[in-house]
Structure formats: structure tokens, C-alpha cells
Design a protein around this ligand. Structure first.
Ligand SMILES: Cc1ncc(C[n+]2csc(CCOP(=O)(O)OP(=O)(O)O)c2C)c(N)n1
Length: 314
């Protein structure tokens, strides 16, 4: 993908989650959802470093990972509206979007839950002798889960081709990383497992891409896992119901000034890869595409009541 296409991906992710946020407010989406707005450079920076056949595992905040991985926006929109043409036939919602065949091994409502899945995928690649990589996305809150220790240790001792990507968006619900950790970086934990750890500016797509490319290549060559910490920020609340009482408006404004999309667009303008303000047209096109997806989805049929027990067990 060229730089302009990467920018377009980030714009699509933003437009998608802004739209979902709006639809919630209108009572048109049920259940809950967690928005990726502000974090787009992480998903797009990491996933653009992958190759055909690589896989990812995602989180409760998974729309950005899914779109960056190339999932079908129409089917995602249909899932959010509870329609039969959605990824889970309208019965899973936001936190169960997956396309296992394509290599998107699933959003996950269990914080840290996908770390074991990523190790399993990495183990399968090793056993089959395939030069493929599993990327595992998770938040700063997940670093405090027991599975973090188990998964990172196993990945290290078995040299699994797994890239652990911690999206440090500064909060786990209302808990600030400043009070949850007494360390300068979360990537520092990597040394306890004997794997490389690196902290990167998660608002910079190019920096994320570079670090992720190195980690993926190391894993592909049999060099084992890496822990990447991407410093980022979620602009919107933890989920649809969040009054943002644990942080100030000023803090949000400060982070918005470092917006990953505006930052990357101006970088491309400087390089002459984009005309001045051309990204505003791309933004408009992304919004139109998302409007179209939700419009189409709203016309799709609901799942049949008889199908309620289908797809429940594997
Ligand atoms: C095992 C588990 N514990 C608690 C929860 C409730 N919960 C949902 S999201 C969340 C915060 C997760 O924070 P973080 O991992 O930093 O991700 P972020 O929401 O910031 O993207 C919690 C505690 C859960 N879903 N699963």
C-alpha cells in the first residue's frame, strides 16, 4: 500500500467509529462498542507491516484493527446494526467481529484474552514451518492481567513468531497508566521475558510502521517475539457510556493537537505526495463510504428467530 492509501485507511477507521458513536446516540445500535478514534496510526502502522498469510488478534476496541486488516466495511456495518449479513449474522456485535479465514482471528471481549490465541497461531506457524507472523493487539490495562505473563513467557521460550502490540492509550477505563504502573515504560517489561521491548510514538504512522516491520521480520526469521508499546490516546470515552470524569478537556485537546491523521497528511504534503488540503477531500470520501455502508446495512434483513441457536457452538 502506498502512503496515500494508508492515510485513506486511517480516515475510514475514524469515519466508521464516529458514525457508530452517532448511531448509538440515536439509539440505532444496541449492545456496546468501544471507539478507536485517535489510535488509527497504531492499527494501520502495524498491519501495513504484515504480509499475506499473517494473522492478527484484536480487542474489545477492534474496529480499527478489522478495517486496517481489510475486513469488509459493509459486513461490519451490518453486524453493528444486528443484520443477518453481518460478520456474525447480526448476533455478535462489535466485540465478536472476526474473519478467521482471512486471518483476523477476532475482536475479544476478554481483556488480554487474545494473547493466548496469538501464541496458539504462532505455535501453529512454527510447527508447520511457515514463515508467518501473528500480531497481538492489547491495551495498557491488559498488561496487568495474568495471561500477559503466561503468554509472553511462552512466546519467548518457544521463540514464537508473535508481535505483541500494547496500545498505551493512557487509560484502562478510568484508570490512568500513571497510577497503574510505577515504571517509565510498559515495554520495559519485555526484558523480564528475554525479548526485545520498544516504545514508539503511536501517533506517528511511519514510526509505528518501522518498528512493527523490524519486529515482524525478526519473528519471521525465527528470532522470536517482540513487545511494542505504542503511546497513543483515545479521544472518545472508554465506550458509549462514559462521562469522561477522570480526565480534563484540556488534556484531550492537547492530544488532539498531535492527531495521527493530520500529522501524517502534513508529512505527505511536505514530501509532495499529497496536494495541500487534499486530505480533506479524502476525509469527505471516507465519510461518504461509511454513510453508504450503514445505509445499505439498514436495508438488510434481520436474522431469522429460528437462527438464534445457530453458530453458538463450534
Ligand atoms: C478479563 C476482563 N476483565 C475486565 C473486563 C472489563 N473491561 C473491559 S475494557 C476494560 C479496560 C481495558 O483497558 P485497556 O486494556 O487499557 O484497553 P482500552 O480500553 O484502553 O483500549 C476492562 C477492565 C473485561 N472485559 N475482561
Amino acid at each position: 500500500m502506498n502512503h496515500k492509501e494508508l492515510l485513506e485507511k486511517m480516515l475510514l477507521i475514524r469515519a466508521f467509529d464516529e458514525k457508530v458513536n452517532e448511531l448509538y446516540a440515536e439509539g440505532k445500535v444496541h449492545g456496546t462498542a468501544h471507539f478507536y478514534v485517535g489510535q488509527e496510526a497504531v492499527a494501520v502502522g502495524v498491519i501495513s507491516a504484515l504480509r499475506e498469510g499473517d494473522v492478527i488478534t484484536s480487542t474489545h476496541r477492534g474496529h480499527g484493527h478489522a478495517i486496517a486488516f481489510g475486513l469488509d466495511i459493509d459486513r461490519m456495518a451490518a453486524e453493528l446494526l444486528g443484520k443477518a449479513s453481518g460478520y456474525c449474522h447480526g448476533k455478535g456485535g462489535s466485540m465478536h467481529i472476526a474473519d478467521v479465514k482471512a486471518g483476523m482471528l477476532g475482536a475479544n471481549g476478554i481483556v488480554g484474552g487474545s494473547m493466548g490465541i496469538a501464541c496458539g497461531a504462532g505455535w501453529a506457524f512454527r510447527r508447520r514451518g511457515e514463515e508467518k507472523v501473528a500480531v497481538c493487539f492489547f491495551g495498557d490495562g491488559a498488561v496487568q492481567e495474568g495471561i500477559f505473563n503466561e503468554a509472553l513467557n511462552l512466546a519467548a521460550i518457544w521463540d514464537l513468531p508473535v508481535v505483541f502490540v500494547c496500545e498505551n492509550n493512557q487509560y484502562a477505563m478510568s484508570k490512568s497508566v500513571k497510577t497503574a504502573f510505577d515504571t517509565d515504560t510498559l515495554s520495559g517489561r519485555a526484558s523480564g521475558y528475554g525479548m526485545p521491548g520498544v516504545t514508539v510514538d503511536g501517533m506517528s504512522l511511519l514510526e509505528v510502521h518501522e518498528v512493527a516491520s523490524e519486529a515482524a521480520e525478526l519473528a519471521r526469521r525465527g528470532g522470536g517475539p517482540t513487545l511494542i508499546e505504542a503511546i497513543t490516546y483515545r479521544y472518545l470515552g472508554h465506550s458509549k457510556s462514559d462521562a469522561n470524569l477522570y480526565r480534563t478537556r484540556e488534556e484531550i485537546q492537547q492530544w488532539r493537537k498531535r492527531d495521527p491523521i493530520a500529522h501524517f497528511a502534513s508529512e505527505l504534503e511536505k514530501r509532495g505526495e499529497l496536494q495541500k488540503d487534499e486530505w480533506r477531500e479524502l476525509e469527505h470520501a471516507a465519510r461518504e463510504r461509511i454513510e453508504e455502508a450503514f445505509e445499505k446495512a439498514s436495508e438488510q434483513p434481520e436474522p431469522e428467530p429460528e437462527s438464534a441457536l445457530e453458530d453458538v457452538y463450534a
